[in-house]
Write a protein that binds this ligand. Structure first.
Ligand SMILES: Cc1cc2nc3c(=O)[nH]c(=O)nc-3n(C[C@H](O)[C@H](O)[C@H](O)COP(=O)(O)O)c2cc1C
Length: 200
């Protein structure tokens, strides 16, 4: 790691202006995903997270699906802005990470531990979030910029059909990434005193 952990966490930001260059090889991107999927914790060690890495034409195809889905939903006069955002902030990147949760794992846990039944779907979401944050941070550390998008559930069916994804995998988030064209925008921080309590 070129940056230490705290630096990498601080530098992870949302990047909407990205291009299709990659600072690392595709194998190294895959290693980042593998590392996170192997080492990020999950509720009851369920390992319910599934990740799909889309590169090249597959990445472009995803954002085309988003665009064509939205074209049918967004008023015509508003669509040019939607299209520009998809083209410039997402499709323009190098790849996209799709985050799924395997519902068969969640259902299995609900059956095995009925007293926690209501909690497992929430813990599954939290498990996914931990993977998202880890991969987001590691991509940043490798020189990429990324953002986190949620075009689920409107794209779920078409995406599942296109990449033959199991119907048990529930799409949670999409993370387009590429080389940043500039710095991330400014960010406001709310006072820590309102957000952290210490009693000692
Ligand atoms: C759970 C979660 C959901 C988010 N959903 C979206 C989203 O749908 N679209 C988007 O552009 N950004 C999304 N974001 C990004 C946040 O807007 C962003 O992380 C926040 O404004 C802080 O900025 P930073 O990422 O640059 O630190 C999401 C972030 C989190 C943690």
């Amino acid at each position: 790691m070129k940056k230490d952990l705290k630096q990498a966490i601080e530098k992870r930001r949302t990047y909407y202006s990205i291009n299709d260059k990659s600072p690392i090889s595709d194998n190294e991107i895959k290693e980042i995903i593998d590392f996170a999927v192997l080492h990020v914790p999950s509720a009851f060690n369920s390992q319910s997270t599934r990740v799909v890495l889309l590169l090249g034409d597959n990445h472009k195809k995803l954002w085309n699906i988003v665009k064509e889905t939205l074209r049918k939903m967004v008023p015509a006069e508003a669509f040019p802005a939607t299209e520009a955002k998809i083209d410039n902030a997402f499709a323009a990147g190098y790849g996209t990470v799709l985050y799924y949760e395997d519902e068969s794992v969640v259902e299995g846990l609900q059956n095995a531990f009925p007293s926690y039944s209501e909690n497992f779907p929430k813990w599954s979401q939290q498990t996914s979030a931990m993977h998202q944050f880890t991969i987001w941070t590691l991509l940043e550390e490798a020189g990429f910029g990324a953002s986190l998008q949620h075009y689920n559930p409107i794209i779920d069916e078409e995406v599942a059909k296109t990449w033959n994804i199991s119907p048990k995998w529930k799409l949670i988030a999409q993370m387009p990434f590429g080389t940043p064209n500039g710095e991330a925008g400014p960010k406001e921080f709310q006072p820590l005193e309102d957000r952290v309590l210490v009693f000692k």
